[in-house]
Design a protein around this ligand. Structure first.
Ligand SMILES: Cc1cc2nc3c(=O)[nH]c(=O)nc-3n(C[C@H](O)[C@H](O)[C@H](O)COP(=O)(O)O)c2cc1C
Length: 385
């Protein structure tokens, strides 16, 4: 018996099935505010039968954004967020909000604020040299994670997801490549994980017992000198100790190995066309193919690594990455994972979950050409298929 269409729980939240729409930047927050298109997008996801739909990347503080059309979570947008969660709930779905800070992936020209990171490590993608965070910066950030959770709860979200992977700020602290600090926020894994632990404590405290809390984390950063799976297992245990209700297992580092996150084709022309900064455009044109390492797309491409976490924690585990086919999804769920998260299959077909229900094992139409990734520059989420 497949468990795909059986109910599952994330903390206090019961979901009707084991499918999650993975956080995937929609580009639908002009000037940081959710537009009606974002509400409609997630309404469609819920109407398509997904158990939990995750609204991508809300920065917990204004300096944590890469794009001007990326959400900054503050009191002033609560009404729009309430409309979104109401729309999802009316369709019988549940809504999650991903909370994060971009660290050195933030764009100072967009935020008007200094670009922060654990250490002064040159970010070739953003062409910036960030400022190492001070103790007051870190205290302010942890507080911001708590406040953002309160806003998410008051806006009607069922779950919040802490973005601790993909080379964003918490991941920059976790990674030995970007965290060169000698103080209590660096060094051993306990030091490098301290920001995740403290942020998670603040999120858990604000979430209380009515909101689910999940952590998206890396199994590997995807390059030598980055976080490896043995440390990821320890990170998973720490997240469990701090009260997480589930873990989303992913990998890759946005400014070093972005295609380790995604796999498949690199739509360089589309990405160059979307970039507004002329210097970055030129850099991408000249060095794009050399700098962005490609990784072939495979079904459930984090499955083998993620199995090393199965059995080490007693938490619902969510696998993400290349889940586009009913037979593979069943294999993953049979192997001890509790949920599957999908981004591109649902961008391509918002009602893919309906097809997954059919007796003939469904296979997504996504190729994956990854042109949806380039489309996020333009304030939409477009699948050319
Ligand atoms: C257009 C696009 C935008 C994405 N934006 C985010 C994001 O904001 N936060 C995040 O954690 N992952 C982001 N991702 C990664 C996805 O959540 C997911 O981890 C990845 O696409 C692999 O899943 P898939 O094979 O089902 O697409 C994005 C992916 C895509 C395709």
């Amino acid at each position: 018996m497949s468990k795909l269409f059986t109910p599952g729980k994330i903390g206090p939240i019961e979901l009707p099935n084991r499918t999650i729409r993975s956080a995937a930047f929609e580009g639908m927050c002009p000037d940081g505010r959710p537009a009606p298109a974002l509400i409609e997008h997630h309404r469609q996801m819920a109407a398509g039968g997904v158990g939990l739909t995750t609204v991508a990347y809300a920065a917990v503080s204004p300096g944590g954004r890469t794009f001007s059309h990326q959400m900054w979570l503050h009191e002033g947008i609560k009404d729009e967020l309430r409309s979104l969660t109401d729309a999802v709930h009316r369709e019988g779905g549940a809504a999650a909000l991903q909370l994060g800070h971009a660290g050195f992936m933030a764009d100072g020209a967009v935020t008007g604020q200094p670009v922060l990171a654990p250490s002064r490590v040159l970010n070739l993608f953003g062409l910036n040299l960030p400022r190492p965070m001070t103790e007051p910066d870190i205290a302010e950030l942890i507080d911001a994670f708590g406040k953002a959770t309160t806003i998410a709860k008051e806006a009607g979200f069922d779950v919040v997801e802490l973005q601790a992977g993909h080379g964003y700020l918490i991941s920059q602290f976790l990674s030995p490549y970007t965290n060169r600090r000698k103080d209590r926020w660096g060094g051993s894994l306990d030091g490098r994980a301290r920001l995740m632990v403290e942020a998670l404590r603040a999120v858990r405290a604000a979430a209380g017992s009515h909101l689910g809390v999940i952590v998206k984390m890396n199994l590997r950063d995807g390059f030598d000198g980055g976080l490896e799976v043995d440390e990821a297992v320890a990170v998973a245990r720490l997240a469990e100790q701090e009260g997480a209700d589930g873990l989303v297992l992913s990998g890759g580092f946005a400014n070093r190995t972005p295609w380790y996150i995604l796999r498949g084709d690199l739509p360089l022309d589309d990405l160059i066309a979307g970039e507004r900064n002329q210097l970055k455009k030129l850099g991408m044109r000249l060095f794009g193919k050399l700098v962005v390492e490609c990784f072939p797309f495979e079904e459930a491409y984090f499955f083998d690594l993620a199995q090393q976490v199965v059995g080490t924690v007693d938490l619902p585990l969510v696998l993400v990455g290349g889940l586009q086919n009913r037979l593979a999804i069943d294999r993953v769920l049979d192997a001890g994972f509790d949920f599957v998260a999908m981004a591109r299959a649902l961008i391509c077909e918002p009602d893919f979950v309906v097809r997954l229900k059919q007796p003939e094992p469904a296979v997504s139409r996504c190729e994956p050409c990854n042109r949806c990734v380039a489309s996020m520059y333009h304030g939409e989420q477009h699948c050319p298929l």
